[in-house]
Design a protein around this ligand. Structure first.
Ligand code: F0G
Length: 463
């Protein structure tokens, strides 16, 4: 008898028009490449990678609409029409009147930190992001994590693990005084927690608290449309609102945002800050000239700004986000079928493997996540990245490693780039490494740069 169809699958809302061939590699060549890269997946040549899940940052496939926009780049030094197109869409979709373009997200973080922070200040935030925290520290602040405890537990099923714990925030305010806290640095969703979202209810609570204590509230809106998508799916009262409406509602509560356009906006380069505070804007616009370029291009070409403007229109489309997060879920669920420990709930931009659990025989100072990322690369050419002790860096005061509870390998999904077959190759490789996990030996760090060490550190295999 013919099989009955029991379910109806979803598929992407696009078809492929241009392809980029990838080099097929052998296990032997990958072993050599991994060694030459000091067992750091950031130091591999992209040519030696088969399926690149290092990051979703700037690795996206632009649409034909975006590419068409590249052709109408107005490359005037000052006052490019693409700058105005982008500004209009920032106003329309994020709701902020003022806007300054930057070459990428960390450049906007740099400007915001420089403007708002005085040496000796404290910045509370939900977990942390590497470049965000570093810019805050370089401006003289001490970062304090005020995320809810659930976020540090990979298996906890809380639907909004990115939320800020008001009690932790209040404790800090009581300890150091509100005048030492220029702003609360909220990210939605939280990258380092596994792409975990923040609820609208939490945003409102934090907003009310900050208002009472005269503390500003700023948002890292780098993947905010994914956060809006999760609010639509998980938070009561939002099912009938569009992602665009939820995004705008989220932004209402913040004085300003910074954004790496290399994610949500589906471009290869770009960033910006936007605010409703005119004096912050004027200072940012002025500093932009010092560090980025004139305030009407901020280190970008006119064509890049046009691609960003068009990316904003596409990013809020429900089917576009659904296709992206659907891929992440597909890989996550496949891994769960084989009992591979991953961060739950499955997040927005990637699947995060729980390396602490998978390589439980390694000490954290033997870099389990760094090790696991390498094992997977050598097995199949799938490149992920470490998000654990290496990424977490060192304690500013004691000089010892920070020891984060989460020791993860992130497999991040470039938007509109890979097919389901690529994901099958990926999950089969991970399951195979998982089955052989007991044989795996750790690493020692033999080169450590001062800032953001995970990008350039080198390792050797322990015997
Ligand atoms: N904020 C968040 C939440 C990010 O994920 C990133 C970058 C930035 C800020 C900085 O933006 O790279 O444009 O300067 N995240 C990348 C990643 C690098 O792989 O997660 P950028």
């Amino acid at each position: 008898m013919a099989k009955k169809i029991l379910k109806r699958s979803w598929a992407e809302n696009f078809k492929i028009k241009v392809v980029e061939p990838i080099k097929m590699t052998t296990k032997q060549s990958r072993e050599k490449a991994a060694k030459e890269a000091g067992y750091n997946t950031f130091l591999l040549k992209s040519e030696d990678v088969y399926i690149d899940l290092l990051t979703d940052s700037g690795t996206n496939a632009m649409s034909d609409y975006q590419w068409a926009g590249m052709m109408i780049g107005d490359e005037a030094y000052a006052g490019s029409k693409n700058f105005y197109n982008l500004w209009n869409n920032v106003k329309k979709y994020y709701g902020f009147p003022y806007f300054v373009p930057t070459h990428q997200g960390r450049a906007a973080e740099h400007l915001v930190s420089k403007i708002l922070i005085k040496p000796g200040d404290f910045i509370p935030g939900n977990m942390y992001f590497t470049t965000t925290r570093l810019h805050q520290e370089l401006a003289g602040a001490t970062f304090v994590d005020v995320i809810i405890d659930e976020a540090h537990d990979a298996q906890n099923l809380h639907p909004f693990k990115g939320n800020i714990d008001l009690k932790k925030l209040d404790k800090l305010v009581k300890e150091v005084g509100a005048d030492k806290i220029p702003y609360v640095s909220m990210a939605a969703p939280v990258n380092m927690a596994g792409g975990q979202p923040v609820s609208m209810a939490n945003i409102v609570e934090v907003y009310e608290y900050c208002k009472k204590h005269k503390i500003k509230l700023w948002l890292d809106a780098t993947r905010a449309t994914e956060n809006a998508y999760f609010i639509k799916l998980r938070e009561k009262g939002y099912q009938d609102k569009t992602v665009a409406e939820i995004l705008k509602e989220m932004c209402k509560y913040f004085e300003g945002i910074w954004v790496s356009a290399k994610k949500d906006l589906m471009v290869n380069i770009g960033g910006f800050l936007a605010t409703r505070n005119r004096s912050v804007y004027l200072e940012a616009r002025n500093l932009c000239v010092v560090y980025e370029g004139l305030h009407t291009y901020g280190g970008l070409a006119g064509r890049d700004m046009e691609a960003m403007a068009r990316g904003i229109e596409e990013m809020v489309d429900f089917d576009t986000i659904h296709a992206r997060i659907g891929q992440v879920e597909y890989l996550g669920k496949k891994l769960l079928e084989y009992n591979v420990p991953i961060v739950l709930p499955i997040g927005g931009h990637g699947v995060f493997l729980d390396a602490k659990k998978i390589l439980s025989h390694l000490k954290q100072t033997e870099f389990p996540a760094q090790t696991l990322a390498n094992e997977i690369y050598v097995d199949s050419g799938v490149r992920g990245m470490e998000r654990g002790i290496v990424s977490s860096g060192r304690n500013k005061v004691t000089g010892d490693h920070n020891y984060p509870k989460l020791e993860l390998v992130r497999l991040t999904f470039p938007r509109r780039v890979y097919t389901q077959a690529h994901l099958d190759v990926t999950h089969e490789s991970i399951v195979s490494v998982y089955e052989d996990r007991k044989k795996v030996k750790g690493l020692k760090m033999v080169f450590e740069p001062k800032y953001l060490r995970f990008f350039q550190a080198r390792f050797e295999k322990l015997k």
